[in-house]
Design a protein around this ligand. Sequence first.
Ligand code: SF4
Length: 286
Amino acid sequence: MNRKQRRQAAKDRAAAGSTAPVTLAPVTAGDALSDMLGRFAGRGQPADAPIPNYVRDTVRDRVSKGLGGRRDRAALIRTVEAAMRFADTAWRAARDRTEAPGGKSLACKAGCSWCCYQQVSMSSYELPGLIAYIRESYQGERWERMLARLKERAAQIRALSVDDYRRLKVICPFDENGNCGVYPARPMKCRGYYSFDAQVCRWIVEDVEASIQARESNRLPEAFSGESVAIYDDAQFGMAEALQAGGFAYDHLNLVLAIELALERPELLDRWLAGDIDALAEARAR
Ligand code: SF4
């Protein structure tokens, strides 16, 4: 990090830590989580039962209470972190059932990163926390290497269509030898992506043309967890509803473009936080 970036990191730390803490109540065993899990696991409820909005409603309520009427960077970072922790807890509970005897086993494990070859989208709400985490945790040569990868990927994304980018077979700039360098702050989309078959994930990367054809004819193998996607998508909906009601503008961003833009031009993130809904438009997901 150079001096300007260190100053910005200190500013972020101050913004995140100088005001009264924003906390959301932890998930407890007594929650109505079992209702949601019964639906997701296909147990205890008829097939046509309505999908409970437990995660969405709970995250919306907790984020709303956590904000407590505040509209600043610190409140945003902490409520988004809390919403992520809630979704992680809900998924851990659902995952236990997903992996129960007789059920399918998930293939995801540390060191496997086939899913990180795809472009990732994220909400603008997740950006300030990710930026604060990156500024805090990347130093020296690691910072320089990450920044070089980030700029290279951003240039490629700007120049190519989503499928042509896939044809390059390049991995996310935050991958570090199969591990995510921003794991604690990674976006909800990354959190919710789980597979039952690593060979399918590998095939999608290695045989791009066949996987594009399969996608276009609706014949992609069923290898991915719908439960994890549903939980994290619901958490994002609930979080977005509360934050929009709290005065934070929503934008749908490309992970790589958004981080590059916010690191290179931090004033744009400040402008977005101040209410300029188009401040991050250059980084919108396609
Ligand atoms: S942010 Fe992390 S989990 Fe998400 S694509 Fe990049 S390396 Fe993978």
